[in-house]
Structure formats: C-alpha cells, structure tokens
Design a protein around this ligand. Structure first.
Ligand code: SOE
Length: 369
C-alpha cells in the first residue's frame, strides 16, 4: 500500500524533498510507493500554486488536521515551527522527518528527542550530507580502521549571501525564530558529519571553546522602509577536544565573500587522512598509510552505495541526489518499521555541541556539552 506523505513547508527544502519524492519511483523502484498527499502552509494562494508545482493532491493550512491523516509527516518549516507539529505527529504515531537544526534551542531539541524516544516510529533529522556517496565511502574507511587512531577533525562551511549589509533581513537572522545563525544553520551540518564520520572512532566531543560574531547588526526589511535587528551570528569558530584526545576545529560563515556553498571536512589519523569538499562531491581525497600524498578517489564506481540506481559509473551526481538518498532510506525505514539515522537523538546530540559553543562564547571559557 502506498505511503501518504504530508509536507509542511514549500520553499527551498519543500522543493528539494518534493523533487526527491518524485525521483524515487523512477530510480529507486525498491522504495516504498508514495503519494505526495498534502502540502501544508499558511498562505492559501501560494500554497495552492506550490501544491500544483510540487505535485501534491491536497493542501491544508492546519498541520494539526494532517499529522494523523498521513503515513509520514515532513516538517520543513523554519526552525521555530519544528517542535510543536513534530511532537504532535509523533504522539499520534506518525513517523516524522524534520529539517535541521532539530530546534532553535537545546531545551526544545530535548523535548523533541524525548517525544521520538516515546514513539515507536522513525523520527529522522534531515542531515542530507551523510548521504553523499563520498561521505559514506569515507565512513567505511574510518570504520575499517584504515586511518588508524583519529587525531584531528577539521570542518568548515562557508557561504556569502549576507556579505552585503543591504541583504534583506529574514527569519534566519532572528534568534527567536532560528535559534542561531551560521552556527545552527551551517555548523549543525558540519558537527553532524564530524559525529557521523569520526564519532565511533574518536568518541563524542568532550569540550569546546567557541566564538560567535555578528558583523552586521541590522538589515533592511524587504519592501519596507524599516530595518530589523540581527540577533544571531554571521559566523562562528570553535575548537574541540574529543573523548579520545583528538582535536577538532570548526567554523561557518555567511559572510565569507566568494564562497557560495563551500562545505569541507578533513580527518587525520595515525595511518592516513581524508579530505572532502562539497564543491567536488563526486571525489574523496585519501592519503593512505603507505601513500606518498593524497590520491583522488572518484566515488562514482562500485564503491558508491547508490550507483546502480543512477547512471553508469563516472556520470556524476549533484546536491539534489543527497535528498533522494535520504528520502529513500527514511521511507524504507518507515515501511519496514526500522530505525532511521540521523535520528532526533542525533539531532539532539548535535544541538548539545552547538549550545556548548554558545555557552563558551558567553563565558569566554572551555565548556562541556
Ligand atoms: C543556507 O543557505 C542553506 O540553505 C542551509 O539552510 C542548508 O541546510 C544547506 O544545505 C545549504 O544552505
């Protein structure tokens, strides 16, 4: 029987996930059959237009009417609307897939994690970069011990869409609505990747020292005369110590002029190193124990777990494919009643690190998550 999907949110992420759902029957015939059932939003006119474009059968302006009507509820709204509908859906026994960061604050993330723990259905946090084939390959190398003991983890996520002080204010600039700025929006991805890749080998992050910086503290409101205060960071930097003694350095920025969506992660062990850059997502750079330097591994061959679903080896994949892969895994878990990761628990663990970075910034001290 087909799974009915309800989605809250129809902008950037709504489109990315709807595209993924549309691709599944063509490229992943072993995925569960799905109906793009109901699209949820506030503005009826915009919603009707979006439902038409994204292929949804119904629309609703009341998420509460939808959560127990569907077989999976996707919460792709702004951060401040993640908690209430997600918790209500889980309480109704409906699997939930929620965008990242899990919540604006650690307390709210904890409530969401607890609701997921009490529910007997998958609750996924949409960290799509785990589903880049090169990242999965890197994870395999680390889990197989190919890098030896992990010593250093380095992650950076750079964008520049706020470099212009006249760039308009949006909910992403509000602490109340977003929780934090570059830290939560971009840093959450990096911290999740670092946990995914190095977490089993190096343990959790034991302490952090962080710094948040806002360079432009008010921005114009689009279409209006007024400006509004920016209450989140434009950039953060942090250093970390892992349970095994490894060191971590992390940063993200929305004002890194010249960088559009530049997410990189590097891991150094006693026996080798790995480098990944989202701008070259079909490749992984690998320095083996006996290698003289980095070699570039093209992750579009048999080592790509999804290669048989797409094109012949060497026909590269892009950003949107990560959404197809994560939707495939999430919906298969829903159909099979299995666990899906990254889960709300993973999202909460990421949030603990983000919160520690904020607390360290406030106190000027190293802090434990
Ligand atoms: C911000 O610009 C953003 O859209 C993030 O919110 C996404 O999570 C990231 O994948 C791309 O950049």
């Amino acid at each position: 029987m087909a799974l009915d999907i309800g989605i809250l949110g129809y902008r950037f992420m709504g489109k990315a996930h709807s595209n993924a759902l549309a691709r599944l029957p063509m490229f992943f015939p072993d995925a569960p059959e799905i109906n793009r059932h109901t699209l949820v939003g506030r503005d009826e006119e915009a919603l009707a237009e979006a439902a038409d474009e994204l292929g949804f059968e119904h629309t609703s302006t009341e998420w509460a009417d939808v959560i127990d009507e569907v077989d999976a509820f996707y919460n792709l709204g702004p951060n401040h609307v993640h908690a209430e509908p997600s918790i209500a859906a889980l309480e109704a026994g409906t699997p939930v897939f929620c965008e990242k960061p899990l919540a604006p604050t650690l307390d709210t993330a904890e409530e969401m994690r607890d609701a997921a723990a009490d529910a007997d259905v998958p609750a996924g946090n949409a960290f799509n970069y785990r589903f880049v084939p090169a990242i999965q390959y890197a994870k395999g190398l680390i889990d197989d011990g190919e890098l030896g003991d992990i010593r250093q983890v380095r992650g950076s996520y750079l964008q520049d869409w706020l470099v212009d002080p006249e760039a308009p204010w949006s909910w992403r600039n509000s602490k109340e609505l977003a929780g934090s700025g570059a830290l939560g929006d971009l840093g959450a991805h990096t911290v999740d990747l670092a946990r995914f890749l190095a977490g089993d080998a190096a343990g959790e992050i034991a302490r952090v020292s962080g710094h948040l910086k806002t360079f432009v503290d008010e921005r114009p409101v689009e279409g209006e005369e007024e400006t509004r205060e920016v209450t989140v960071d434009d950039a953060y930097t942090a250093q970390a110590e892992y349970e095994n003694g490894a060191t971590g350095t992390f940063e993200a920025s929305r004002v890194a002029d010249g960088h559009k969506n530049d997410h990189t992660i590097q891991i150094h062990g006693t026996d080798g190193s790995l480098k990944f850059s989202l701008e070259r997502l079909n490749e992984l750079e690998y320095k083996r124990a006996d290698g003289r330097g980095y070699e570039t591994i093209l992750v579009t061959d048999g080592s790509d777990p999804y290669v048989e679903h797409w094109w012949p080896p060497g026909h590269v994949l892009g950003w949107e494919h990560t959404f197809v892969h994560e939707n495939y895994e999430f919906l298969s878990a829903v159909r099979d009643g299995e666990e899906f990761r990254p889960s709300f628990e993973d999202g909460y663990e990421v949030q603990r690190i983000l919160n520690a970075v904020e607390r360290s910034d406030e106190s000027g001290q190293w802090v434990e998550p």
